[in-house]
Design a binder for this molecule. Structure first.
Ligand code: PLP
Length: 216
């Protein structure tokens, strides 16, 4: 099939498989249309990521009915008033970053008998402009999510600082994951997924390297 996104994804898969067989590629399809995503679906790709609930509902509600094995990942900031809709649509949430959100996800998913796979977002660079739990508070936050809200926390997620050596942050994330005995790690984007995988990432979130650059 001569579709650019399909070819790009194949190239990435080949690269990744040289390092590990234990990493899934989330094709980040935010801003891209169904016509641009469809070739990947037809090729059997299963994991897709979106960062806005409303956009995801419009784009994916119908597709998910036709392809029940598709796994949809919420990777962007999740507002409390969108949780009900997000819980209905998504299979994974990568951006759990506060306790009110944990409580709301718990309440909404119990109502519809769902149990989402959830990553706690960690603000690994302690950046004031970024969301996420600080490493110092992580253990307590994790315990609350599990003990008080019965959430299925599968791992940690981060978006590391732009500047500097990302490996330092990815290694710290791997250590935090190990301290909590969690099995999954969501880290690595178009610019740094190979470094992330070498540090143990099990879900990389790749957008522009598959679909091309996004309109601003
Ligand atoms: C957009 C986005 C990505 C993908 O970014 P690319 O650089 O296009 O690969 C990954 N993670 C999050 C949280 C994003 O918002």
């Amino acid at each position: 099939m001569h579709n650019n996104a399909v070819i790009n994804l194949k190239d990435i898969l080949n690269e990744v498989n040289l390092i590990t067989s234990n990493c899934k590629i989330i094709a980040v399809s935010k801003t891209f249309s169904y016509e641009q995503i469809e070739p990947l679906i037809k090729n059997g790709h299963l994991h897709f990521g979106e960062n806005k609930v409303q956009e995801a509902i419009i784009k994916w509600t119908g597709i998910k009915k036709s392809y029940p094995n598709l796994q949809l990942h919420m990777i962007g900031k999740l507002q409390n008033n969108k949780v009900k809709l997000a819980v209905q649509l998504f299979d994974y949430i990568h951006s759990l970053d506060n306790i009110r959100l944990a409580e709301k996800i718990s309440t909404e998913q119990k109502k519809i008998n769902k149990n989402l796979n959830i990553f706690i977002q960690v603000n690994i660079g302690n950046e004031s402009q970024k969301n996420g739990i600080n490493a110092d508070n992580l253990k307590e936050f994790y315990r609350k999510c599990v003990d008080d809200f019965d959430l299925n926390i599968v791992g940690l997620m981060c978006i590391p600082p732009h500047s500097g050596n990302v490996k330092i942050y990815f290694d710290q994330m791997a250590q935090l994951n190990k301290d909590l005995s969690l099995s999954e790690l969501s880290m690595g984007m178009s610019s740094d997924y190979l470094e992330a995988i070498k540090c143990g990432s099990t879900y990389v979130r790749i957008g522009s390297k598959i679909f091309g650059s996004r309109a601003k």
